[in-house]
Design a protein around this ligand. Structure first.
Ligand code: TGC
Ligand code: FAD
Length: 390
């Protein structure tokens, strides 16, 4: 059955021709390449290398950045692509998010001219893969207390420490690593062959199986002085990158929800119980109506946020609300869709369980659901509740 997007509120009419064009390109690619192959990639626990090449060829890596081989499209266009990629699988959207928002963006906005020229064109084409190292084994929600540090040793910086849960780490050519230099968080560009650096893959995941997740280990890792990102200091460096990636998730979660909704609708229309398609029963229709309602709200939220980003007016709290809402919505839709599929819902013949398991990670990464709640709580009350004296 051909995939139709969900567009109950005629969002199409609010998109530019360019936005529709790039969205359709991503949709066609996902339908042709990801949908037929994703279950095997998940069984094998790999991100197929040909997908890296294709994403580069489509020009969607760092597509909202200007110059240096990047397409310079709107953030709405980027969001629509995230929606389509995650309709295929969260792992595909993760790859593009990390590459564009978390690895290319800091070089683009905080890097030197030489760094931009050296890295961005190769990353935009997909030739070089990037990753983003913020989380540590002991510091996830609270990256401000990170242990990884850099020491100035004349011509070089020497890094020691470890990062964990790093998407694309093992396959990355370039790692953006956040570490403390004289107690201040700074961004460093580490290349895969730098001495003292390794990126072993983490195994045993039930979620995001078609995405590479890694540790980054620095043991007296020596990098030249010109690999520091010169134009940012402090946590606002990594958090600025996260703003863009969290925005991509807002749209991506809508894509995963659409996939589950589409599957549930088709299944409900074809599955006969008590002499009727189960779609004829009011309780099933209630679930489908709830899904359509929530997907539509999620799309409007994502579109509104994207337009604000393009106008330069969004706030981090608005991003938190949309990330939290849309992932929550998608996870609930995945659970409802599983229910509508009955026992068949647990099979990998349907995309439901894969999306559900993926969304558990999406709920946690880029700020957990509750951390985004607390960001909003701080906004509402003016009271910071992350740290408490016990
Ligand atoms: P806080 O005191 O709130 O802020 C410290 C400094 O950062 C600035 N800032 C921001 N700047 C830009 N954008 C934002 N969203 C910002 N949020 C904060 C802030 O203005 C301040 O600047 P300055 O100049 O005054 O120093 O910091 P805190 O330590 O109290 O942190 C609070 C909290 C909990 C909100 C924060 O730590 C947080 O968001 N934690 C969640 C961590 C997180 O999201 N990790 C993500 C890791 S990467 C990842 O998951 C990638 S998954 C990729 C994939 O596969 O798709
Ligand atoms: P913790 O911070 O230990 O949180 C555990 C629980 O405690 C959560 O429920 C949390 O909400 C709650 N909690 C914590 N603090 C508070 C508080 N103050 N108040 C109330 N509740 C609280 N990181 C990267 O840097 N780069 C990546 O590319 C990357 N990719 C990832 C890919 C995957 C598949 C996954 C699963 C994670 C990835 N991460 C990455 C890490 C991710 O960002 C962290 O897992 C996330 O920030 C949460 O940190 P944690 O797992 O240490 O949980």
């Amino acid at each position: 059955m051909t995939y139709e997007g969900v567009d109950f509120y005629d969002i199409e009419s609010e998109l530019t021709d360019e936005e529709k064009m790039v969205r359709d390109m991503a949709r066609d690619w996902v339908e042709a390449e990801v949908v037929p192959n994703i279950e095997q990639a998940c069984r094998d626990g790999v991100f197929p290398d040909e997908w890296r090449v294709a994403l580069g060829e489509m020009g969607v890596l760092g597509m909202a950045l200007d110059g240096y081989g990047c397409a310079g499209m709107s953030y709405v266009a980027y969001g629509l692509v995230c929606q389509e990629l995650e309709r295929g699988d969260s792992g595909v959207r993760s790859f593009a998010s990390v590459q564009g928002s978390l690895a290319m963006y800091p070089i683009h906005d905080f890097g030197s001219e030489e760094q931009k020229q050296k890295y961005l064109p190769k990353m935009a084409s997909g030739e070089w893969v990037g990753c983003f190292g913020l989380t540590e084994p002991d510091y996830g929600s609270n990256p401000g207390d990170m242990i990884t540090k850099a020491v100035d040793e004349g011509d070089d910086y020497v890094l020691n420490g470890a990062k964990m849960w790093i998407t694309n780490g093992t396959i990355a050519d370039v790692a953006i690593v956040w570490a403390k230099l004289d107690g201040v968080i700074r961004g460093f560009i580490v290349e895969k062959d730098d001495p003292g650096f390794s990126a072993p893959e983490m195994t045993g995941k039930h979620s995001l199986r078609a995405s590479v997740t890694s540790e980054l280990v620095f043991q007296d890792c020596k990098i030249p002085k010109d690999r520091i990102l010169p134009h940012v200091e402090g946590l606002k460096g990594p958090f600025s990158c996260l703003n863009n990636a969290r925005y991509g998730i807002c749209w991506g979660a809508v894509g995963a929800a659409q996939s589950c909704f589409h599957s549930a609708k088709e299944y409900a229309l074809s599955r006969i119980q008590f002499g009727n398609p189960i779609a004829a029963f009011q309780l099933v229709q209630n679930k489908l109506a709830w899904m359509l309602r929530e997907i539509t709200k999620g799309q409007l939220l994502a579109l509104s946020l994207g337009r604000k980003k393009d106008a330069g007016t969004w706030t981090p709290e608005q991003i938190s609300l949309a990330k939290m809402n849309n992932v929550d919505m998608a996870l609930e839709i995945a659970r409802m869709a599983r229910d509508i599929h009955g026992a068949n819902g647990i099979l990998d013949e349907y995309p439901i369980m894969r999306h559900m398991a993926n969304l558990e990670s999406v709920k946690t990464y880029e700020g957990t659901h509750d951390i985004h709640n607390l960001i909003l709580g701080r906004h509402i009350t003016g009271i910071q509740s992350f740290t408490r004296e016990l």
